[in-house]
Design a protein around this ligand. Structure first.
Ligand code: ADE
Length: 243
């Protein structure tokens, strides 16, 4: 998948190449990140990319012209028609469902703001959608863009070493992960649950589903509200004495 990223800090995206699943995807070419720096598209001696806000107030605002030119360059370079997404706290909250949807696309353009934000007219003229990664304010959109890219990259075919884990995960979509254990059998005085060492694959599957439901109910109950529990999930909660 191709990402055109509009950012004043291209090096932040180079860093991703060195590590883990996303790094391997970049090296293999299944994820391509091309950065378009608004500073390249300035016309004044100081290569200004920001100015003071009309109406006064603290901080600076990113200029319309260099930003739009960088976005246009990204559009031209994109291998297909690309949605233009602005990372900002004003956007809809990015979810696993969005990550799946992004991973099904061929290309996407991500705009990273800095300072107090970008000129509103960029949003009105060229932005298709705003996305937030959570209800807090970052100093720029780069980390948010990397979150979106990382979450989509691991869902691409051939990206995660064990693609089966992604398929299994999708069966438990909307639930927290079940607990995981590895050797040794006893650690910190605690044993691995016997069922995981039973070799009974159906029992293990059922136990994991039960634990995923149970953990979600205990730790993130709001993830279960607003959606109907399946019969299996209801039984899992009953078995754990949670209903
Ligand atoms: N830029 C600044 N804060 C952000 C957030 N929470 N999500 C996405 N982009 C941002």
């Amino acid at each position: 998948m191709w990402f055109g990223v509009v950012s004043l800090f291209p090096e932040m995206f180079e860093l991703a190449r060195g590590y883990g699943v996303l790094g391997r995807a970049m090296t293999a070419g299944s994820v391509i990140i091309e950065v378009f720096n608004p500073r390249t598209y300035t016309s004044d001696r100081h290569q200004s990319v920001d100015d003071r806000p009309y109406g006064g107030g603290p901080g600076m605002v990113m200029l319309y012209e260099p930003l739009v030119q960088a976005i246009e360059a990204a559009r031209t370079a994109a291998p297909s028609e690309a949605e233009v997404v602005y990372l900002s706290p004003q956007g809809q909250t990015f979810t696993q469902k969005d990550a799946r949807e992004v991973s099904n696309r061929e290309s996407m353009i991500l705009i990273c703001g800095r300072y107090e934000g970008i000129d509103q007219r960029v949003i009105e003229r060229v932005v298709d959608r705003q996305l937030s990664i959570g209800d807090y304010v970052l100093s720029g959109g780069e980390l948010a863009a990397l979150v979106v890219i990382d979450a989509a990259a691991r869902l691409l075919p051939g990206t995660v070493g064990n693609q089966a884990s992604i398929i299994e995960e999708s069966h438990l979509d909307g639930l927290l992960d079940y607990p995981q254990y590895t050797r040794p059998e006893i650690a910190g005085g605690l044993s691995v649950p016997a069922v995981l060492m039973s070799g009974d694959h159906n029992a293990i599957k059922a136990w994991r589903r039960d634990k995923a439901v149970e953990q979600t109910y205990r730790l993130r109950p709001e993830m279960l509200t607003g959606r109907k529990l399946t019969e299996e999930e209801r039984l899992a909660l009953a078995r754990a004495d949670l209903t």
